[in-house]
Design a protein. Sequence first.
Length: 126
Amino acid sequence: MPRGLNKVTLIGNLGKDPEMRYTTNNTPVATFSVATGESYKDAEGNQVDKTEWHNIVVWRKVAEIAQQYLKKGSKVYLEGKITTRSYDKDGQKRYITEIVCDTILMLDSKSENGGAVPKPPDDLPF
């Protein structure tokens, strides 16, 4: 029996164009941000709009496709898992939470391939 489940599903809009880079092994990786929003009424009955920003990471072929087809403002459906990593900056340890996506579905009507981005292999390098 599995010890837990780490699965994220988001629908939102890109906050910036994907940024592509390559690892030392020449593996493509793209990063971008996605905004999700919600609306609710507060205790006084006022409409409140709230936006959450998510750091997204995609690897290999999905990264190449994201870099080629996604642009700032693109509406996407994402599936992946939450990861947290640390790094040192100016002598201080810092943490960043990211969504590592294995599935992207382009929801804009401009999508030429029906919107599906193939799922990469399970051997992600982390």
